[in-house]
Design a binder for this molecule. Sequence first.
Ligand code: ATP
Length: 382
Amino acid sequence: MSENVKIPEQSSPPEPPDALLKVEGLVKHFPIRKGLLRRETGAVQAVDGLTFDVRPGETLGVVGESGCGKSTMGRLITRLLEPTGGKIEFQGHDITHLGVGAMRPLRRDVQMIFQDPYSSLNPRHTIGTIVSAPFRLQGITPEGGVKKEVQQLLELVGLNPEHYNRYPHEFSGGQRQRIGIARALALKPKLVVADEPVSALDVSIQAQVVNLLDDLQDELGLTYVIIAHDLSVIRHVSDRIAVMYLGKIVELADRASLYESPMHPYTKALLSAVPIPDPRRRGVRSERILLTGDVPSPISPPSGCRFHTRCWKATELCKEQEPPLIALAAGRQVACHHPENAADQAPGDPAPASAGEAAGSAPGPSGEAAGSAPESEGGAGK
Ligand SMILES: Nc1ncnc2c1ncn2[C@@H]1O[C@H](COP(=O)(O)OP(=O)(O)OP(=O)(O)O)[C@@H](O)[C@H]1O
């Protein structure tokens, strides 16, 4: 054998793909100012210590009730907001505090799709002007000219390229969201953060836009972070899912494990409110957990585990100590002292489930203290 022949290292396992985006301890507190002197009297703790990564080519779904900090997280990772603390790395580069100028080249790679296709498009601009804006802002002239490129983009998202000179009001909601998608894809980004991309659309149109996002991901090799409160949408689009509650990730898992065996009681409650589409299981009395009360205020969140005021498993420990987000199974992170479908993290904790009493509901389906009401109406989520 010649000395130049390279011997493959058979014993080393394949390297996991490097994260495209890495977030560590991300914090965003919005100051509350009062009085003539605008003195800071407190802060909305919208995002309070998020750690996760997004791998190339995947879709990370982010789910949680209204006000839990999903949109703030999306605006932080696209750097539309300045973080209060923590670190954001994109392709290994620290972008946490980059200024507008330094962010400009990165704007090509990271784009955002907004919830409301009505307000996110300037009504006085033609579709051509809207979709070509990223080229103007970046000072880029695509090969073949801007018009040709924009028309190709319109075609890519299923719109008629002849409608280049029309105005947003001439389009339906679903079509306007397609325009927003075309604009986001103009510069061929690597990461697209979509904040509630279909929630403002008719249910009949939602599937079309979700399928379009799916197809574009395959075609263009995109990586998505999709924020939604709708668990059916999240289930359809996500490879992995982060469940947020009051500014924190309480569970992060791949789609199948999360839906089959949720570990955090909050995830379990959210999922129990989703109707079962399987006709074979129709009529089967499924366990529904009714979360009572609203999400507490992020201005003064509960001590310890933030979910303890609504959790039927809460003990004294949960009131006092915040559970860290730790790996409880392969590819599965959970922040809970008493997780479902896993060994109790604090088996010696004998205190009464006072949170369950506060919730004041019937005994839980698996004999837990309180907080759940099988087959009850309503449920978690928006
Ligand atoms: N600019 C701001 N100034 C002050 N508070 C803010 C600001 N933006 C968001 N918040 C607060 O931060 C918290 C998280 O808001 P955020 O919009 O991120 O939640 P969300 O999970 O996306 O909710 P929704 O689904 O209703 O949009 C909320 O209490 C909200 O009122």
